[in-house]
Design a protein around this ligand. Sequence first.
Ligand code: HDD
Length: 715
Amino acid sequence: MAKSNKKSQEKASSKKQEQLEQHKKDPSGKPMTTNQGLKVNDTNNSLKSGERGSTLLEDFLLREKITHFDHERIPERIVHARGSGAHGVFELYKAIPEFTKAGMFNDTKRKTPVFVRFSTVAGSKGSPDLARDVRGFAVKFYTEEGTWDLVGNNMPIFFIQDAMKFPDLVHSVKPEPNKEIPQAASAHDTFYDFVSHATETLHNHIWAMSDRAIPRSYRMMEGFGIHTFRMINDKGEAHFVKFHWKPLLGVHSVTWDEAVKINGADADFHRRDLWDAIEAGQYPEWELGLQLIPEKDEHKFDFDLLDPTKLVPEEMVPVKIVGKMTLNRNPDNFFAETEQVAFLPGHIVPGLDFTNDPLLQGRLFSYRDTQLSRLGTPNFHQIPINRPVVENHNNQRDGHMQMDIPKGQTAYFPNTLSGGCPHLSKMSEGAFHSYEERIDAKKIRTRSESFSDHFSQPALFYRSLANWEKEHVADAYTFELGKCNQDHIKERMLWVINQIDTDLAKKVADGLGMSVPKNIDKPINQAIGADADVKKHQPGKKKIYLDESPALSQANTKFDSVATRKIAVLVSDGFSMSDYEKMTKSLEKEGATLAIIAPHGGKVTCDKNVSHPVDAAINTTESVLYDAVYIPGGKKSVDALIKEAKFSKFLNEAFKHCKAIAADNEGENLIDNTFIKDHKDDKAIFINGKASDFKTAIANHRNWDRMEVAKKVAV
Ligand code: HDD
């Protein structure tokens, strides 16, 4: 059966790809050798004294093979260990010289090569993809002026305001140190012990309780640079800027029940989805948007632009779309590229600069430092995936795994012996020059009072959600706190949630079988110094400077495409080919992927006596792996499906997860064997319906109106 609409696999040719080509090794048709190039005759047996004798120390083949194997692991990333990467390209729609002199934002003919890595934060390298977690969204731009890394997340804010607290945050969410439990999960006492005392975490935390933390696909999530950065034009004028990635497929998520089941059915769900889409030529695309704020407006907001726990609502500062990123090539080798890629927020180019956001400032140190233990050498920039596409020369020398051979007598500056080279460049010649910001201040270890509003933006986020999203948030809090053992932690969390929204707190309290504490002491924000003035740093009362921000709700995303959606087609021998064609032709044309699911593997024969390959036998797959389900007619086929209970379970689950379901002719008999039989009037259930209506329902992602009924489905 036809799969997705395969575009021709265009070979992404770029300066970076050409550079990587030089390092690739292709063993096809080649003899096996040792690392020294010696041809190998036997890689299966060690050298022994006699056929059954002991193995000899002389065996250099054994030693080379085993030694390399013994050392083939490197430390996983301390956070964001689980991830997937892809190559691509960034193209600018329109030059923006008025804001920045950065080359990639000034030349619409340039195709800037990129490498992107998506990740979860808390889990280990082998943890499942659908953990409730923030997703990393790190982009490496190989620009003509040097490499720029935009190391962001899929949520526009962060948990903490100062890098000094990062180890505490991470230690609280990671598995508890005595028992190394739980893996890739925030639902445990230590995390909530921390969150309830460090109230600055609440904004990112409520996002993590929302559907944003369980995306349908990496391809269907937004990305954010989070911090306020600076753009500098060639007159030296600066604008504050926030970076946004907007996926062309819209922002979509799965439900928590699906997430839990997907983790069992396919722990690589997001990794596979990204890989498959790129292999099929259905290249993921994001537009890059900028929120630009003139320097003079720095203090115009009700929050501090340097506080990374605050977003700038799009309704207050619109997002200006400036270009598009397309991911068009899978890596050749996971370890060499995705594992060894090193992102550093300190990788910057002229025309861009940092701000004094204290979280960003700390990150500028941490990322270089971590590569030293992870990749083992200050020469990590020489690893092919990390090499810039422009030449780099300086007087740094030696170190583990030096791959370059720097020529010449000198390794210092200034020098005359090498003619003063490598020489310095003027700004007019493209040299980087830090933005000259006037600073007149005391050296002081404290938190700015302007960072003390911890409730207004979580409340704005919650107010802006659709009812179904709000319900998911309440369920998530109830689940997470339900997994905590300590009542005093849950109580404190309920008190804190109550400061965000009283209805939300009540719902969660009901779910926990507790009540919202009224008289708890105001939680002391403990993320301050022992001598700090406590009153100054207490989170203030929530303010309302915007009733709602529609841009924050997934109900307002794009619902215009079925491209890359996976539709399960349940069939057995004798299914109606004309039904199948009627329903699926336009879906396939618009890029949806159809998967034939049958009682057995191999092939099924339709009523026209043509055999079709089965994509998955029912015992190898699960409903949660698909976006929609279709059952064509054909009595013999449907009778066989009814006999196998898992097909009915498959449908009940799709119904529970509010997905579109269509059946034609005898296909209805299978529907009648499920919970759906009394809900055929549902707006995303189609019995002998129109293909175009089914398609619209799939593009709509889910029918959330069904949520109350769906809860009654016991699967
Ligand atoms: Fe971080 C990795 C994103 C704050 C320290 N971080 C890492 C990655 C992403 C982020 C996407 C994975 C990169 C990859 O795929 O290789 N981190 C963020 C964002 C933050 C943030 C959006 C706040 C706005 N991070 C942050 C702080 C610190 C770190 C405050 C330390 C003070 N992050 C690290 C790290 C990691 C890292 C330990 C682990 C692996 C790596 O850097 O290369 O240095």
